[in-house]
Design a protein around this ligand. Structure first.
Ligand SMILES: C[S@@+](CC[C@H](N)C(=O)[O-])C[C@H]1O[C@@H](n2cnc3c(N)ncnc32)[C@H](O)[C@@H]1O
Length: 226
């Protein structure tokens, strides 16, 4: 069996009981170093740990697929939830083993942002730039979401489309500088938050950052005007 499990935002306390049980029973646990480190305290000592990087993912996932064919219980761990900015890894896992695999949800960094900033999912669009290839369709989706009066929770792309680049792109494309923005770093860990207006976002952030662009607040003159 291979299961792909979201480990949540970083603090083990956010892992579901179902996910914890599967990690505790697994013969093989695979994932990026930082992700495996989150669940290391609950992995059985005899379990084989396969850590991977962006370059050797395919090779390491075929090791996991071989272990699965030998009847071992395998778990591939990833940050947050697999259904937000995690699909490329899921596709690679399914390609390596040749069939669909089960996924177990985790608490996404997007859910943590919504919880910290108290924004409603149903009024918010989720966009990730943390992907390979052309970002243009996703940039345009962000512009449309904001034009439609929706909040946007945005994962930047290290290191060429970071929060300040996203702000710059939005301003260049006519988005109002008055949009309130929040940037969260290392949620549930050594957490920090920056809050300001879109045109004040000129700071550098680490790759563990996620951005919230809020809908435009009405001008004082517009309040109660209808
Ligand atoms: C490949 S995406 C995976 C997102 C993950 N699937 C999720 O649901 O949160 C990795 C990016 O998510 C964001 N991220 C994940 N965990 C975070 C955290 N604890 N705090 C801030 N940003 C986080 C960062 O931008 C990071 O580079």
């Amino acid at each position: 069996m291979i299961t792909v499990i979201g480990v949540g935002p970083g603090d083990l306390g956010y892992l579901s009981l179902r996910a914890a049980a599967l990690f505790g029973e697994a013969d093989v646990v695979a994932g990026f170093d930082a992700v495996v480190d989150v669940v290391r305290p609950i992995i059985q000592p005899a379990a084989q740990v396969i850590t991977m990087g962006y370059r050797d993912q395919t090779e390491k996932l075929s090791e996991v697929a071989n272990a699965h064919r030998e009847g071992k219980r395998c778990v591939v761990a990833l940050m947050g939830d697999v259904h937000f900015s995690g699909f490329q890894l899921l596709e690679r896992v399914e390609r390596a083993c040749g069939h669909p695999v089960e996924t177990i949800p985790g608490i996404s960094s997007a859910q943590m942002v919504a919880s910290r900033a108290k924004v409603c999912f149903d009024e918010t669009t989720f966009i990730t730039f943390h992907r390979r290839g052309d970002l243009e369709p996703f940039k345009s989706h962000l512009l449309h979401a904001l034009a439609d009066g929706r909040n946007a929770i945005v994962i930047p792309r290290p290191w060429d489309f970071m929060p300040k680049d996203i702000a710059c792109y939005l301003l260049e494309n006519g988005v109002s500088p008055r949009h309130p923005v929040e940037v969260f770093e290392k949620l549930t860990g050594d957490e920090t938050v920056w809050k300001g207006a879109l045109d004040e976002l000129v700071l550098e952030f680490s790759d563990m950052s996620i951005m919230l662009v809020l809908t435009l607040e009405p001008m004082p003159s517009q309040i109660g005007s209808n």
